[in-house]
Design a protein around this ligand. Structure first.
Ligand code: SF4
Length: 189
């Protein structure tokens, strides 16, 4: 938005204005879904009524990078698709954030092959890594909330050349699976 550049003086008024701007940014994150595989289904579920991403003001999925400020990479990315991902990232508005959703986006997952990118952070800056295969919608919401906390703290780091420094926040899994196999009993006693 260029507001930071327009208000270089660190006064009380500027600080208060920054808080309002960050509140507005945090309350209206517009995600750009880059869903290439099964993680995309969980991404769709996150926006559905059961999990209701609208509670966090982030339900307006944009399919135009110029109208989005949060890139969610959900699924494995093939080497062939990588230039598309990079182009979308470059076309998004500043300031922008990136979530790497699931094992495949973050590491290539089980697809340890020459055709699959072994971690998108080698090619675009990633701010939050959401673990899981696939991550549950609650876990992705944790990731969105982590981005919102970062925006609230005005923590948009740039290096000396004005290049964005990725935050590289890794979330801890919050889902504890039940012991398997689950005991089955036939007939009530
Ligand atoms: S992390 Fe698991 S669920 Fe997600 S795209 Fe890879 S294989 Fe599919």
């Amino acid at each position: 938005m260029g507001l930071e550049a327009a208000l270089p003086v660190d006064g009380i008024l500027t600080t208060q204005l920054n808080r309002v701007v960050n509140w507005a940014r945090r309350s209206a994150v517009w995600p750009m879904p880059f869903a290439t595989a099964c993680c995309g289904i969980e991404l769709m579920a996150t926006a559905s009524s059961r999990f209701d991403l609208a509670r966090f003001g982030a339900e307006v999925m944009r399919f135009s990078p110029r109208q989005a400020d949060l890139l969610i990479v959900a699924g494995r990315v093939s080497v062939k698709m990588l230039p598309v991902l990079q182009r979308i990232y470059v076309q998004m508005t500043e300031p922008k954030w990136v979530i790497s959703m699931g094992a495949c986006a973050s590491t290539g997952g089980v697809f340890d092959t020459y055709a699959v990118v072994q971690g998108v952070d080698q090619f675009i800056p990633v701010d939050v890594y959401v673990p899981g295969c696939p991550p549950r919608p609650e876990m992705l919401i944790e990731g969105v909330m982590a981005i919102q906390r970062i925006i609230d703290e005005d923590n948009i780091p740039y290096d000396g050349d004005g290049k964005r420094i990725p935050l590289e926040v890794s979330l801890t899994p919050n889902y504890e699976p039940r012991a398997q196999p689950v005991e089955v009993s036939v007939g009530a006693t």
